[in-house]
Ligand binder design. Structure first.
Ligand SMILES: [Zn+2]
Length: 129
């Protein structure tokens, strides 16, 4: 049995969203349909790139059981250079994070799943320099 994770691999590894070719609106997560253009929607997949700027952030101290080893962690609102603003974890020191900080995408191991040894990777961000 393949975990659902593998079927979504593309969306976890790349920041893929959609752009409406009719009006230019960008969507992340991807949409099949542009709410502005409705029937005139012409959706195309785009990769929004791997760099951006921290717009806002929260330091999360209360973490679910499986993430306990990396507690506390930082969740930031990141404005990608390619357009949209997304939410992602930023891996850096709590004293280092600030609004306007340049960050880039990195793959990080989430956790290993018991006996199956399945490793869950996800996109996170790290300081750019
Ligand atoms: Zn549109």
């Amino acid at each position: 049995m393949l975990p659902r994770f593998w079927r979504k691999i593309k969306y976890r590894y790349d920041i893929v969203g959609t752009v409406c070719e009719t009006c230019g609106s960008k969507y992340y997560p991807p949409r099949n349909f542009c709410p502005i253009c409705r029937r005139k929607s012409k959706m195309k997949e785009v990769n929004f790139g791997d760099k951006g700027e921290v717009v806002s952030y929260t330091v999360v101290h209360d973490t679910p059981e499986e993430y306990r080893m990396m507690k506390p962690y930082i969740v930031a609102l990141i404005k990608l250079d390619g357009g949209p603003t997304i939410t992602s974890q930023v891996v850096c020191d709590e004293s280092e994070i600030h609004i306007g900080m340049r960050v880039k995408k990195a793959f990080r191991k989430y956790f290993e799943d018991g006996e199956d040894g399945i490793i869950y990777y996800g996109t996170k961000f790290v300081p750019e320099s």
